[in-house]
Ligand binder design. Structure first.
Ligand code: SF4
Ligand code: SF4
Length: 372
């Protein structure tokens, strides 16, 4: 068990971190909801990108604005905004991905929740030259919107600096994932969850130093921590339910990889530091595995999961589906069919809020581990 109390404190109360950062720096904070947000451009504008992620059991303030079939990610974000928990935000960015985020953007704008508001209309297909050219234009427009909205100049040098810091952090997170994969007792998935959660709201430079420190601490560990239990991959969209990793660990198994946009997809893909910055930022979205709200090819997500199973020597996959999350719900049958074809066991767990840590969930995971 590592000492990750620094990250855990931030993960437990990201809003307190943001308020403190604002008091100390007088800087601006831009909220976002999706890993398709070009945070590099936000950082280059001198602002702090803050991933809004709450998943509350109570999201009653949002009920008057949203249909009952909207996922809890969107519902909780709106509840938090309407109840003043996000009053430190100076703006919000909404990438064009799933319907729920698009509708959230409309409601956010109509309710005038922050001064700066941007929709980033990304292409749906991320697999052609024309889509890439289009994406470069979209990102350039976002850069202009931010410049106008925040009254700053986003120079190529500032963009390069932001890319450099994001690359550095993504590289460190990649190392931590490899440690979890090779030494699941040295760094547990439930600990990595806290680190990721903190990383998604932290100041990039401060984060880089803290991650460097943790990586070198882990690299200097000289223990014989061979793990012989069941190795699991978690797959889904937004995962804000640490209990799932904890339950798997409590049952003697280990999570060795994830396919979450709040997990591995958050750090995957490096940005070419020598290329023109906006084009390089666009290219990363083409290199990285897509989430099901985007399209690369009919088999890309299935191929990716099969490769991940081989690479991490996993015994099975736990799909974690947010209730009412259409993109992942539509993705699941095809992924499952692919896994059945080649004999990789999997289970689907539907979650709605933090209450997922129930006995029922533990019983289902235990039964799944037994069949592996
Ligand atoms: S699953 Fe995809 S669309 Fe949904 S929040 Fe994550 S990156 Fe965005
Ligand atoms: S991708 Fe799914 S979980 Fe994420 S915001 Fe959209 S509907 Fe909600």
């Amino acid at each position: 068990m590592q000492d990750i109390s620094f990250f855990k404190d931030i993960a437990d109360n990201p809003e307190a971190y943001a308020r403190k950062w604002k008091d100390e720096t007088r800087g601006r904070i831009i909220g976002h909801f999706c890993s398709y947000t070009p945070i590099e451009i936000v950082i280059a504008a001198g602002a702090l990108p803050f991933r809004v992620l709450s998943l509350r059991a109570d999201s009653s303030r949002a009920d008057a604005h949203l249909q009952s079939y909207c996922c809890n990610v969107v519902r909780s974000a709106l509840h938090d905004a309407l109840s003043g928990r996000l009053d430190f935000l100076d703006g919000a960015v909404f990438p064009h991905t799933c319907d729920s985020i698009q509708r959230l953007s409309d409601i956010w704008r109509i309710n005038n929740l922050q001064r700066f508001h941007a929709d980033v209309i990304l292409p749906v297909k991320l697999n052609s030259d024309s889509a890439r050219e289009y994406l470069v234009e979209v990102l350039a427009r976002f850069r202009n919107d931010l410049e106008r909205g925040l009254g700053v100049e986003i120079t190529a040098d500032k963009l390069r600096e932001a890319i450099d810091i994001c690359n550095r952090n993504r590289k460190s997170l990649g190392k931590l994932y490899r440690t979890m994969q090779n030494h699941p007792k040295r760094l547990r998935a439930s600990e990595l969850y806290q680190i990721n959660r903190a990383a998604m709201v932290m100041d990039g430079r401060r984060l880089a130093d803290k991650l460097d420190e943790l990586v070198s601490r882990l690299e200097s560990v000289d223990d014989d921590d061979d793990f012989s239990g069941k190795r699991i991959i978690l797959s889904g969209g937004v995962c804000h339910v640490p209990d799932i990793s904890r339950i798997i660990e409590k049952l003697g198994a280990a999570v060795v990889w994830d396919d979450f946009c709040t997990g591995a997809r958050y750090f995957q893909g490096f940005i070419d530091e020598k290329a023109e910055p906006i084009e390089a930022i666009a290219r990363r979205y083409f290199d990285r595995i897509v989430c099901p709200a985007k399209h690369a090819s009919l088999s890309s997500r299935g191929d990716y999961l099969v490769e991940a199973v081989k690479y991490t020597r996993a015994h099975g996959i736990v799909f974690v589906l947010q209730k009412f999350c259409d993109p992942h719900a539509f993705d699941y049958p095809y992924l499952r069919e692919r896994l059945v074809e080649i004999g990789i066991p999997s289970i689907l767990i539907e979650i709605e809020s933090q209450q997922a840590g129930s006995g029922q969930l533990e019983t289902r995971i235990e039964a799944f581990l037994e069949i592996l």
